[in-house]
Design a protein. Structure first.
Length: 412
């Protein structure tokens, strides 16, 4: 990453076309927040559409799950590479007041709250005054693959697998910023918010928090570059929080304010949205909801097929390289197994080299189908802590999917 003038020249005055591009949005149904009995239901009530491709500024053609604000899913074939290109990286914003322009000359990242010396950083301060940190980390929406749950359809964006991506992030360790500010005794949490605003009275802007020890542990990063260049505006230009191994709801985009708190953050985004059943399966029954929920946190161990694509036809007696991904919350993937017989027997897949603790891990498996007809393939991963995958799972939010996935099609 080049922390110099060239880097910043890349920036701004992009997205001039955005306003006209998204004016189409007025033709689509708008999310309705009025009249909902609970605001938490409203948070997720986005208009669903068919999965057509759209192209927004700085982005290639991506699958549009909703508009206003844009929600874009990455087509599966982009996952046949270690890193997801910035232009193909998925996009998710909660509030229609998302930023479409940032003046990098006046932009400041504020850091205050329970600190001795409140800070206000320019982008140049962050680039020049701190040792840069770089890491590959997977970002994944909490509701990724929500559309695949069997049972009552949970509300929210109906993602297939493309609500995720893997990127190399470069930025400043949050710990270094906290050290500069001098955290006072009694710090309990650190809260994060971006430039996006809620247009709806009654729905507060999105603010998320991490426990202080987690925020200060060294891995959490304020990123100013993604895959070696500035972040796309839709992915949070100019700064985003990177919380490796944790679901994306904490990865606050267009990060503008960090506040050290002496108590737990209480708002709709922590107390009502993004909560999961308090059990290791992250599962509950539609008619018997879990009595206790906790804020979503580390990625569940999970794996999926990238190739073949759903319903792809394969040729009989021709070797075919099955490919896919596996991820966990940071312990590392120990093993990926494929089943060719509906889950009765399992064979190890070959893992690609590890490219980072918080990266996904790619895997391959050569299969030569010997019989024509329908195929059903399954894949399961186990991480180094022994966490595997489940044969069934459901929860009201459609969050933290950790079900064994399958793919089907015809051998011809
Ligand atoms: N400021 C801000 N940050 C945000 C959000 C948001 O609405 N506002 N959404 C979060 C959620 S739920 C997701 S899935 C990720 C999506 O990141 P991406 O758009 O870069 O893929 O951003 C996270 N950070
Ligand atoms: Mo998300």
């Amino acid at each position: 990453m080049n922390g110099n003038e060239d880097f910043w020249k890349l920036n701004r005055r992009r997205l001039l076309g955005l306003a006209s591009t998204v004016s189409l949005a007025s033709l689509l149904p708008r999310p309705s927040f009025a009249g909902n009995s609970s605001a938490s239901a409203a948070l997720d009530e986005m208009p669903h559409s068919d999965r057509r491709l759209v192209r927004l500024p700085e982005k290639t053609s991506l699958i549009q799950l909703a508009d206003r604000p844009p929600q874009l899913e990455t087509p599966l074939h982009y996952f046949r590479q270690d890193l997801t290109p910035n232009e193909a990286f998925f996009v998710r914003w909660h509030l229609s007041g998302y930023p479409t322009h940032v003046d990098t000359r006046t932009f400041r990242l504020r850091l205050d709250g329970q600190v001795a010396k409140p800070q206000s950083f320019t982008l140049q301060d962050l680039v020049n005054d701190f040792e840069p940190a770089t890491m590959v980390a997977m970002n994944q929406c909490s509701g990724n693959a929500r559309s695949l749950f069997t049972g009552p359809t949970p509300a929210g964006l109906q993602w297939q697998f493309g609500g995720m991506g893997n990127a190399q992030w470069t930025g400043v360790r949050l710990k270094d910023l906290l050290d500069r500010a001098g955290v006072k005794a009694g710090a309990v949490e650190v809260a994060f918010s971006g430039l996006d605003e809620s247009p709806m009275p009654g729905l507060p802007k999105i603010v998320k928090s991490l426990k202080f020890d987690h925020a200060n542990a060294g891995d959490v990063m304020v990123a100013y570059a993604m895959n070696g260049t500035a972040l796309p505006m839709l992915n949070g230009f100019p700064l985003r929080l990177v919380v490796p191994g944790w679901y994306a709801t904490y990865w606050i985009k267009s990060l503008a304010h960090i506040e050290v708190l002496d108590k737990r953050l209480s708002n709709i985004w922590m107390d009502e949205a993004y909560r999961i059943p308090d059990n290791t399966e992250i599962s509950e029954e539609p008619g018997k909801l879990a009595p206790r929920t906790v804020p979503i946190n580390r990625f569940a161990t999970h794996s999926l097929f990238v190739r073949p694509e759903p319903e792809e036809a394969l040729l009989v007696n021709h070797p075919y390289m099955l490919e896919g991904l596996a991820n966990d919350g940071g312990d590392g993937i120990a093993r990926v197994e494929v089943s060719l017989d509906g889950g009765r027997t399992w064979t190890d897949a070959k893992l690609d080299p590890e490219i980072g603790r918080y990266s996904w891990r790619r895997w391959r498996f050569v299969w030569t189908p010997t019989q024509k007809g329908r195929y059903t393939l399954k894949v399961r991963a186990t991480n180094r802590a022994g966490e595997g995958q489940l044969t069934s799972q459901w929860n009201r939010g459609g969050l933290a999917r950790r079900v064994i996935e399958q793919t089907t099609g015809m051998v011809i």
